[in-house]
Design a protein around this ligand. Structure first.
Ligand SMILES: Nc1ncnc2c1ncn2[C@@H]1O[C@H](COP(=O)(O)OP(=O)(O)OP(=O)(O)O)[C@@H](O)[C@H]1O
Ligand SMILES: NCC(=O)N[C@@H]1O[C@H](COP(=O)([O-])[O-])[C@@H](O)[C@H]1O
Ligand SMILES: [Mg+2]
Length: 387
């Protein structure tokens, strides 16, 4: 492949829609290949804005505003990085010949739980837990009663646990209904899922470059309030469970199509694997690959997008721990103990311009045998603080 320089008339341009910590790493990888990079988000000075050649602040849920910036910049590749985007803008851009990664239809399906769940379970026949959709509080009450408690209630469009709750009894239904309004996206419809009593859950990072599909080692993770706090790689799985997980990941990514990396979220009980959801882009739990793989999930995403070979080396086990702010601060300071800067650990500070309670500001990464790495990650993250 021929690589041009950025900021020239013949440059190859990528435009990132969403410019958080995951996008920041994607931009860094793109620049390593000489691409011209444009980062877009809804607020100024987002992490990827800080490393891109150009940045824009746009209401990305506004179709006209999003299209205006796409037509102005004329990117070769459009990489959605968050879910809350105007899907109509992406369909229109794709119709006009723009290359939306992995494709507008896949973005549309995955941004809405109803679309992806019905596609996975009803079109592809993949195993999932029981689910139903509701639009009213009364509907929620009836459905959760039928489904049984506990059940998991989520807005059809949201992310990182926003608007999500576990409802443990009929008394909690009204509260779950209220929480759902905090959705980042669309709370007009909710999914009610039976609680899957899994042994563990994984992300199966799956990359497609138009010629082949490759899997990373399974990533185990721990979630709190619907958001990830620790991840580790590899997750020890039985051969049968791993094969089932790869088969599901292959089926759903083939079903969605296009090029790029996907984070396939799966629940595992014994050898049984249940599909949960999928991100058509790098996954937060996959930040662990920054320390475990010769090509991180971000580098693999770029390779897949460009149609480059997907070979990489798994260096060895590791773990990651998310640091979330405890305070609101317009000039956040992340206080990292020097012990994090060791021969087998390091930290990535995202540089978010504003902190609020629960906002992820940094990640600690440890390279060691899984159990030791996880134990160390748990310990080290207590040494990261708001200052
Ligand atoms: N039906 C379920 N049964 C048991 N646990 C569940 C269920 N649904 C979700 N969870 C738990 O909540 C977590 C977050 O759920 P989910 O991935 O659907 O939400 P999300 O907001 O899209 O998260 P993210 O954007 O971080 O991936 C899951 O990883 C899992 O730990
Ligand atoms: N689970 C999805 C996920 O991790 N997305 C990552 O978080 C950013 C938003 O962070 P913010 O909420 O702090 O703005 C997104 O831009 C993306 O990088
Ligand atoms: Mg998830």
């Amino acid at each position: 492949m021929r690589f041009s320089a950025p900021l020239k008339s013949n440059s190859k341009k990528i435009m990132l829609l969403g410019s958080g910590e995951l996008g920041k790493e994607v931009i860094i990888e793109a620049q390593r290949l000489g691409l011209e990079t444009i980062a877009v988000d809804r607020y100024a000075d987002a992490p990827a804005h800080q490393v891109a050649h150009r940045s824009h602040v746009v209401n990305m849920q506004d179709k006209d505003a999003l299209l205006e910036i796409i037509y102005r910049e004329k990117p070769d590749y459009i990489l959605p990085e968050i879910e809350a985007l105007s899907i109509d803008a992406l369909f229109e851009a794709e119709d006009k010949g723009y290359n939306v990664i992995p494709n507008a239809n896949a973005v549309s399906k995955t941004m809405n739980r109803k679309n992806i769940r019905t596609f996975a379970a009803e079109t592809l026949g993949l195993k999932t837990g029981p689910y139903e959709f509701v639009t009213t509080e009364e509907g929620l009450r009836e459905t959760s009663k039928r489904m049984g408690y506990p059940c998991v209630i989520k807005p059809v469009m949201s992310s990182s646990g926003h608007g999500q709750s576990i409802c443990r009894s009929e008394d909690e239904v009204a509260h779950s209904w209220e929480i759902a309004k905090e959705a980042r996206g669309d709370a007009s419809e909710l999914i009610v899922e039976a609680f899957v009593d899994f042994d563990y859950e994984i992300t199966m990072l799956t990359a497609r470059n138009g010629k082949e599909t490759v899997f990373c080692e399974p990533i185990g993770h721990e979630q709190r309030d619907g958001d990830y706090v620790f991840s580790w790689q590899p997750m020890q799985m039985s051969e049968a469970a791993k094969k089932n997980a790869q088969d599901i990941a292959k089926a759903i990514t083939d079903g969605l199509g296009g090029q790029g990396i996907f984070g396939v979220e799966l629940f595992v009980k014994g050898d049984e694997v249940y599909f949960s959801e999928v991100s058509p882009r790098p996954h937060d739990t996959g930040m662990v690959t920054l320390i475990t793989q010769s090509q991180s999930e971000f580098a693999l995403h770029l390779r897949a997008v460009l149609g480059l070979p997907l070979g990489f080396t798994f260096y060895g086990d590791g773990a990651s721990a998310a640091f979330k702010s405890e305070v609101h601060n317009y000039a956040p300071v992340v206080d990292v103990d020097d012990s994090l800067f060791s021969e087998n650990s390091f930290v990535r500070v995202f540089g978010k311009p504003e902190a609020h309670k629960g906002r992820r500001l940094a990640v600690a990464l440890v390279f060691d045998k899984v159990e030791a790495a996880l134990e160390k990650a748990r310990e080290l993250i207590t040494k990261v603080k708001d200052a």
